[in-house]
Each structure stands twice: as C-alpha cells, then as structure tokens.
Design a protein around this ligand. Sequence first.
Ligand code: SAH
Length: 348
Amino acid sequence: MMNKKDLLELEAGELREELISLGEKPFRAGQIWKWLYAGELDFRQMGNLPLSLRNTLSERYSAGGIRIREKLTSKVDGTRKYLFELDDGNIIEGVLMQYHYGYSACLSTQVGCRMGCSFCASSPLGFIRNLTKGEMLGQILCMTHDIKDRISHVVLMGIGEPFDNYENVVGFLRRINREDTLNISFRKMTVSTCGIVPKILRFAREGFPVNLSVSLHAPNDDIRAQTMPIARKWPMEELLAACNEYARLTSRRVTYEYALIKDVNDSARHAEELAERLRNTLCHVNLIPVNKVEGAGYDKSSRERTEAFKAILERKGIAVTVRRELGSDIMAACGQLRRDTMLGSGKV
Ligand code: SAH
C-alpha cells in the first residue's frame, strides 16, 4: 500500500508526464488536478474520466494516502476535530475552526514529535516519522471535501514540529498558495515552532510573508529549560534575535505563544520579565491557559492570574490576547484524541 505513487506529491507538469506515460491524453492531468484540489481524493468518483482510467488510478496510485477515521463536532462552537488514518496505519489529527472570516485548518506535520516539551500530549508517544507533502495536502483536502466549502486559513500547530520537517512543510505551503490549487495567501498561513533557530533564519529568507508563531512559554532560559528541552540548544537571546530578524525581513509581527502553567511561569514577576525582553520588538503575545495533559503534572493558571498577567503586558505596551478555547468538549487541543485512541487500542 505504501508503495503506491502519491499523485498529490507531483507538480502539475509531473502529473502530465505521469498521464502521458500511461498512454493518456495530457488534458486528463488537468481534470485530475481539478478534482484533487476540489477535495475529491477518490479516483473512482472523478466522473469525467473514463472508467478504465479511474480503475487504473485506483489500482496504481494514491492521493494523500489518508482517510478520515473519526470526526467529532463540538456542540459548543462547531469546531471539528478529525482523526486521520494514514496508509501505513499511523494516526494523526487535524482541527477545523470556523471564524467570521472563514475556515481555518490546523494541521499536523509529523507522526509524533521529538521535541519533548513536558506539557505536550504528543511527547510521551515519541516520534514516528515525518509527514509527506501529500499527507499534509491530504488533511486539508479531506476537510474541504467534508465541509464542501473553501478553507481560507492554515495553521501548522497540530502534531509535530514543522521545522523538523522543513522541506516538506515549505513545499506544502508553496503548493497551497498556487492559484490553481487552494489559492491560500501566504499571509493567511501560520507556522508554529518550538524555536529551532537556524530554521527560523532560513524561513525568513524564503521570500514569503507567512506568519511565524513561536512557542515561548517562559520569560527566561531557566524556566524554559524546565519544560522545553529545545531551550538548552538555543537560548532565548538567540531565539528572540532570530525572531526579530524574521519580523524585519518579512514585516510580519511574530506571535509568541505563552501557555500559562500554574506556579511555573504565571507570576507578576514573570510577566514583567517577559515584557522587558520583548520591549520594542514587532510582536504579539498569545496567552493560553495550559491544557491539562494526564501525567504531565501541570495545572492551568486561574482566570485571575491570567488576567493579571495580561494586564502587566498591556501596561508595558506589549500587544497581548488570551486565546479563546474552541472545541473544549471534543479535546480539540491537538494530540489528545490521538493519544487517547492509541492508549485505547493498546498501541502504547
Ligand atoms: N511544534 C510546534 C507546533 C505544535 S504544538 C510548536 O512547538 O510550536 C502547537 C502549540 O500548542 C504550541 O505552542 C505548543 O507549545 C502548544 N501546546 C502543547 N501542549 C500544550 C498544552 N498542554 N497546553 C497548551 N498549549 C500546548
């Protein structure tokens, strides 16, 4: 199954070549391309292709190599959580959120993660492999097919570290930006990283205005290293310098994600220190009450602490928001459903 060639991996010209090699007319490639990017990943449903070609395609090729295994829809806000199964049996997650400005898809970039952040649901399950470009496309195309509507925003904040799968991630972003695919503007894409400094600097030079979100979660290296092993590799000073370079080259404001963990990083002193470090930079802080993960031993900061933290940053002139919790009834925070599914099936 795994050795079927994935047509989503191909560029338009390559798809043409592939069809020609099958003895088909080149215009068939254009028809297939249209179907795929409209979200139809089942070759048998491509109604304007001859039956023989539909059969050949289903036998020899795949499209993303992914299927929706389970879907949960929040009764609170309509957020949809998808559990996807890949051709090799691995499981990943994606979340689709509906905002007034359109649909936003949160996608996974790896099966598991090797960054080891101690508050994260994916860490205990370890790293299995990178996702291919086709599998990332497959996630958003399955969602498109499911809702029969256009997705306007993409955030790479699902399972995995996008910059640990750099080439595939950048290839994916460039692909969905094309007018003849999903036509999603780079300004409506966000990549979230735990802070792999050389990759931030490389990303800054790709020449596209994609939003960068950095998981900071601490005001200094000591606290950061308690929860994020990556902090031992690249200190905050280097990280913030790379982020400032990103903001300078792209003119995009960098978002710092800050998960508030009770008694670890949520005091007034921590807020002051954070504000001091971010002073005069083009940034925005997104405060997130930490999601409790079984076994991690962390609790959420209280609402009062969260508001007090926010007020200090505001007073110091830092743009700050508290993340709205969507899909709280369906474990919409990434990694949790996969974790429970794997635990349930005895895979871990
Ligand atoms: N590896 C990337 C993207 C995946 S995680 C990164 O680190 O940014 C997406 C976001 O969720 C990150 O900001 C991550 O730190 C955060 N996150 C992980 N576990 C969390 C939890 N239990 N509560 C709140 N945020 C969490």
